[in-house]
Design a protein around this ligand. Structure first.
Ligand SMILES: [Mn+2]
Length: 319
């Protein structure tokens, strides 16, 4: 049922002395963790006992947030209400979806346009981050965020807005960030943990991959390759390559970027990024997909043959 955020705030005030469970989506990101931990702080201030749940493990980079280490995976039950944050569909709660829906009183506060309105009280505020919605909830509840809550919420604002770089960033996003900073949010640690910190192994792998970038089509296509040998030599894990392709897109002449990661013999996991061309269409040619400006697919064959096919496909969609 569609509800105003003020109605949700009024409802929550009835839970003093009771227990509420907060849920977030699987593969949790900064906004999921931040808005959940922020909400937990608000509820605890209102004397509501509150546990936070996620069906997947919370990545180590979020452990600097107070309360992150106490996020649970195994549902214990016995709550008076269930609350989902940053989750567009109950199915995105993963193995905890049924647990969430089992309560009579359910709340859903989210910022995704596509939200399926699956709770008893649904509020969707289309802001850059859901943490801004939770921040608004604080004022409707008459609760001043502590530094702990402000740091959690600012983590959500900063990550979902791509450090204020994505198109979804509005004056309201900066305004929320300013107010959270005023409340003592640790923006320095957030930036370090979210965008800078890496293992020495990743730094080494990055150096190897960056040194071997190849250019095609008058330098308008850039190709970054990560071989299994590079992974082995650096000691980095395959999941530590996040952000490599963004580096490639920073090269001024590159309009379309390709990242090829060798997963096994003659098999590559390919990511595409573009400043203009439709790389969703490119990925579709290889049975993959994604968004117009960011997509991916798998490709097989001898390395140079795969490179030829990928570069040719990209050219077809560039003017
Ligand atoms: Mn979000």
């Amino acid at each position: 049922m569609k509800a105003a955020l003020s109605a949700i705030a009024a409802e929550l005030k009835k839970y003093a002395g009771k227990r509420v469970a907060v849920f977030m989506h699987v593969r949790p990101d900064g906004d999921a963790v931040g808005s959940a931990l922020g909400l937990q702080c608000a509820l605890e201030t209102l004397n509501v006992a509150c546990d936070v749940y996620c069906a997947d493990p919370v990545p180590a980079k979020f452990m600097f947030l107070e309360g992150a280490a106490e996020i649970r995976r195994e549902f214990s039950g016995g709550y008076d209400a269930h609350f989902a944050v940053d989750c567009s569909d109950a199915a995105r709660l993963g193995d905890l979806a049924d647990a969430f829906l089992s309560a009579k009183e359910t709340f859903n506060v989210d910022h995704h346009v596509s939200n399926a309105r699956y709770a008893k009280f649904d509020y969707v505020g289309e802001k850059a981050s859901n943490s801004e919605n939770v921040f608004e909830l604080f004022s409707l509840l008459g609760v001043t965020p502590s530094a702990r809550a402000a740091t959690a919420l600012l983590t959500g604002v900063i990550t979902d807005s791509g450090n204020f770089a994505h198109g979804n960033t509005t004056a309201e996003t900066f305004y929320a960030a300013a107010k959270l900073k005023e409340r003592g949010a640790d923006s320095y640690t957030i930036n370090y943990k979210m965008f800078k910190e890496q293992s020495a192994a990743r730094a080494k792998l990055f150096g190897m991959a960056a040194a071997n970038i190849r250019y095609f089509h008058e330098n308008r296509i850039g190709l970054l390759t990560i071989t299994r040998e590079m992974l082995e030599k650096s000691g980095a894990k395959a999941d530590e390559t996040e952000g490599f392709i963004d580096f490639l897109m920073g090269v001024d002449t590159v309009e379309t970027g390709i990242c090829m990661m060798e997963v096994k013999d003659k098999t590559y996991k390919v990511s595409f990024r573009s400043k203009k061309a439709d790389v969703n269409a490119v990925a579709s040619l290889f049975g993959g997909g994604g968004h117009v400006l960011a997509s991916g697919c798998m490709a097989g064959g001898y390395y140079e043959d795969v490179v030829d096919r990928l570069v040719c496909a990209c050219k077809r969609f560039m003017d």
